[in-house]
Design a protein around this ligand. Structure first.
Ligand code: HEC
Ligand code: HEC
Ligand code: HEC
Ligand code: HEC
Ligand code: HEC
Length: 367
């Protein structure tokens, strides 16, 4: 009874809501809040992302019609929100549906502040799930179930197949019809993995302090900034000898092109260890070069793609170095958040950090 009473007081204290609505969620979901706080979805605003800010400022004359904030900071009503919760917990958890559009998609929100969508396979048909208590030992021990703060809706298919991500992540076309994100993402019922299973994998720790589940969905977003090495397992690499040398065969298990963001640069480095020495071969870069009037241009001004070496479903890269018996060949796949050329052009203050090569995967092969 005592716990129930203090819980009631605790909930009453929420009536004095702070401007940052995520703070309420933090009280009962501290682990998820902490992960979110370090995620790209908290750092996506002009206030928090120096790359986005530099592009926004450099291209702002040509992009007036496009509402950048609709995806980068849809819940920021104040400057504090822009720093603390540009894409808030409530925003994502009230996406009811996705409206498809030519230039970009849009999120359709439920508009409810205490009724959240989520996914849990064993409860898929349940809706309007409210807080309740169960008692055992003739009513002597009371246990609470579900949330005393909000209702839960488990029956929205978009949270199971990953479509909830597609309001922002499907495409962003510039004024000339070019997709500057070009994830080329496509959701297929037959896919074994979804946006959510790859980028929000189940991680140790309870999803709330009011009950103890062993795991919860990782809200730090495994990706380019966090846990990138854990994503390497979705990129298969193989090496085969050819008459001239060898070929590195890459197979992409993701349902989107890799390194799709306009300034991203994927890197393949191959080295051969032979008789105690290491031979480094010329790195191969995975990137797109945008252009206008046959010259390289900023993405939002582009009218053409001059060069595209991204990894779509598969990619083979040929080398004309002959392999010898006893060679160990090491394949490294990594990326730069932004290419060195683009960092220079955008005059980014922290460019050394942004252009550092980060690892997705390394694998060795014996010959
Ligand atoms: C008073 C505590 C409390 C507060 C405040 C709270 N929650 Fe919860 N929440 C819970 C509990 C308890 C559950 C049920 C977890 C379970 O299924 O065991 C839950 C479940 C959820 C779920 C579904 C999880 C699942 O798999 O069942 C979501 C999504 C969620 N909360 C989001 C939020 C958001 C967003 C906020 C802030 C606006 C918030 N919660 C605030 C206690 C709280
Ligand atoms: C429909 C949603 C949407 C709109 C509208 C949108 N963006 Fe984005 N933007 C995204 C997504 C999603 C990403 C992440 C892409 C990725 O990582 O592959 C992104 C990434 C970026 C990046 C790369 C940031 C980084 O740190 O790597 C820049 C720069 C950017 N957007 C600029 C803009 C500008 C400027 C506008 C307005 C003209 C805009 N975006 C409008 C969804 C959007
Ligand atoms: C409200 C729009 C929005 C929604 C909804 C959204 N994202 Fe994002 N996401 C963004 C933006 C904007 C960025 C890029 C921010 C930047 O780089 O400044 C981003 C970046 C990312 C990245 C890149 C990670 C990194 O480290 O750079 C991944 C992965 C990602 N989102 C996955 C997801 C998944 C999975 C979902 C669905 C559960 C989702 N997003 C839903 C807007 C959104
Ligand atoms: C980018 C969108 C996005 C944002 C932002 C977001 N969530 Fe989630 N959240 C999801 C998705 C999608 C799931 C379902 C994951 C799954 O299938 O297990 C989820 C699951 C959950 C769950 C259930 C965990 C589980 O393992 O089942 C809770 C609780 C939750 N979110 C709370 C929060 C809180 C609190 C915040 C803010 C600190 C937040 N979410 C921000 C998309 C988001
Ligand atoms: C099988 C696992 C897998 C699935 C499914 C998957 N991804 Fe990815 N994703 C990856 C890997 C691996 C990378 C790292 C390589 C890269 O940056 O493209 C990545 C990178 C990303 C990035 C950053 C791209 C960049 O370089 O800017 C975004 C954004 C993203 N994914 C969003 C999504 C969305 C949205 C979905 C659902 C449509 C999705 N992912 C489905 C594995 C997956």
């Amino acid at each position: 009874m005592k716990t129930l009473l203090s819980l009631t007081l605790f909930i009453l204290s929420f009536t004095s809501l702070s401007a940052n609505e995520n703070k309420v969620c933090q009280k009962c979901h501290p682990l998820i809040y902490k992960e979110y706080y370090n995620s790209i979805h908290r750092k996506s605003s002009l206030a928090n992302d120096s790359i986005y800010k530099a592009v926004y400022e450099k291209e702002s004359h040509g992009i007036k019609q496009q509402n950048c904030a609709a995806c980068h900071s849809p819940s920021a009503k104040t400057q504090e929100d822009a720093q603390q919760a540009p894409i808030s917990c409530i925003y994502c958890h009230t996406i009811k549906d996705i409206k498809e559009g030519k230039q970009e998609n849009k999120n359709v929100l439920s508009g409810k502040k205490r009724d959240f969508y989520t996914a849990q396979a064993d409860k898929k048909n349940e809706s309007k799930v409210k807080y309740g208590t169960t008692s055992s030992f003739f009513g002597l021990v009371k246990r609470s179930k579900n949330s005393p703060y909000h209702q839960i809706e488990y029956n929205n298919e978009n949270y199971y197949n990953g479509n909830v991500c597609m309001g922002c992540h499907s495409h962003v076309n510039n004024a000339h019809g070019f997709d500057v994100i070009m994830l080329d993402a496509y959701i297929d019922k037959k896919d074994k993995n979804t946006c959510i299973s790859c980028h929000m994998p189940q991680t140790m720790g309870s999803k709330t302090t009011l009950s103890d589940s062993k795991t919860h969905a990782y809200h730090g977003i495994a990706g380019i900034h966090n846990l990138s090495e854990s994503l390497g397992k979705y990129i298969d690499v193989n090496v085969e000898k050819t008459p001239k040398g060898f070929v590195v065969k890459i197979k992409n298990q993701a349902n989107h092109a890799l390194f799709g963001q306009a300034y991203r640069e994927g890197i393949l480095q191959v080295s051969i260890q032979r008789a105690g020495k290491t031979i480094e071969l010329k790195p191969f870069l995975f990137k797109r070069t945008f252009g206008k009037d046959a010259k390289a241009s900023m993405p939002f001004a582009a009218t053409a793609v001059l060069k595209d070496t991204l990894i779509y479903e598969k990619k083979n890269i040929n080398y004309d170095t002959q392999l010898q018996k006893g060679d160990t060949l090491t394949v490294f796949i990594g990326f730069r958040l932004i290419s060195q050329a683009a960092a220079k052009e955008l005059h980014l203050p922290n460019s050394a950090e942004l252009t550092k090569v980060k690892v997705l995967k390394t694998e060795s092969f014996q010959f």
